[in-house]
Design a protein around this ligand. Sequence first.
Ligand code: HEC
Ligand SMILES: [Ca+2]
Ligand SMILES: [Ca+2]
Ligand SMILES: [Ca+2]
Length: 250
Amino acid sequence: MSERHLFLGFLLIMGFSAIFWAYSSNPPNGRAGDPPSRMTCTQCHDSFALNSGDGMLSIDNVPDIYTPGETYTITVTLSDPGQSRWGFELTTLDDDNAQAGTIVVTEDTNTQLSDNSGSNPDYIKQRSAGTFAGTNDGPVSWTFDWTAPLTDVGEVTFYASGNAANNNESTSGDYVYTASATSSTCVKGDANGDGTIDVLDALRVVGFILSHPPITGEDFCRSDCNIDGAIDVLDILGIVNVILGTGTCP
Ligand code: HEC
Ligand SMILES: [Ca+2]
Ligand SMILES: [Ca+2]
Ligand SMILES: [Ca+2]
C-alpha cells in the first residue's frame, strides 16, 4: 500500500471512530463516582476540580424504603449557570458493589443502558440527543425506571456523575458533579417500627423469635438486623450493639 493509501485509511478509521465512538454520545463505563474506583468524568473533563462549580446534580424519587421487585421512576437533574451541554452516568450498587436491581430505559432517544453481565455494574447514560446541546443553564433531566432487587439485599446506593459542559465539543471548560442516594428495604433493627432503635426493639425480637406462626413482611424485614434471612439471637445482639453504639444493622 502506498503512503497515500495508508493515510486515507487512517482518516477513514478516525472518521468511523468519531461517528461510532463519540464520547459525548457514549461516555465510558465506571465514571459515575461509584466504588471501588470512584472515577468520574473528570478523568478527561479536567479543566475544573470535581464539584467545584456553582451547578447542581440531583437524583430524585429514590425511595427511602424499597419493596423487593417494585419499579420506581427515577430522575437525574443537572443545572449550571453559564453551561450549555449536558451528560450523566448512573449505577445502582449494593454494599458489595454488585449491581442491585434493574435499570430500565424509558427515554430511548435521550438515554441508553450499558447492561453488563452478572453482578457487574450496569450504567445508564445520555445519548447524543440527551446532551441537550444549546440548552443554556439547565436544568435538564433524564428519567428512567429502576426495579428493586427481587429479594432483600440490604442497602442500595445510587451513584451518579453529571457533566455540565460548555458545548465546545471538547473536554475543556466543563464542570463535573457527583451525587448519591440510598434506598433500603426497611429500617433494620427498628423491630417495632416506632422510628428509633432501643431496648423495646430487642424485646420485640425476643417476642418474634418465640411467636407462632413466624413473622413475615415488614416485621421480618425490620427485625432481621444482620440480613441473614433468619430472626434469631444474632439479631438481638446486633440491636444491642446499635443501642450501645458499638455496631450497626447490618
Ligand atoms: C476517556 C475520556 C473521557 C471520559 C472519561 C469522559 N469523556 Fe466526555 N468527552 C470526551 C471527549 C474526547 C469529548 C469530545 C469529543 C466528543 O464530543 O465526543 C467528550 C465530550 C463530551 C461532551 C460534550 C462536551 C462539550 O463541551 O461539547 C459531553 C456532554 C460529555 N463528553 C459527557 C461525558 C460524561 C457525562 C462523562 C462521565 C460520565 C464523560 N463525558 C466522560 C472524553 C471523555
Ligand atoms: Ca467542553
Ligand atoms: Ca423501635
Ligand atoms: Ca438475622
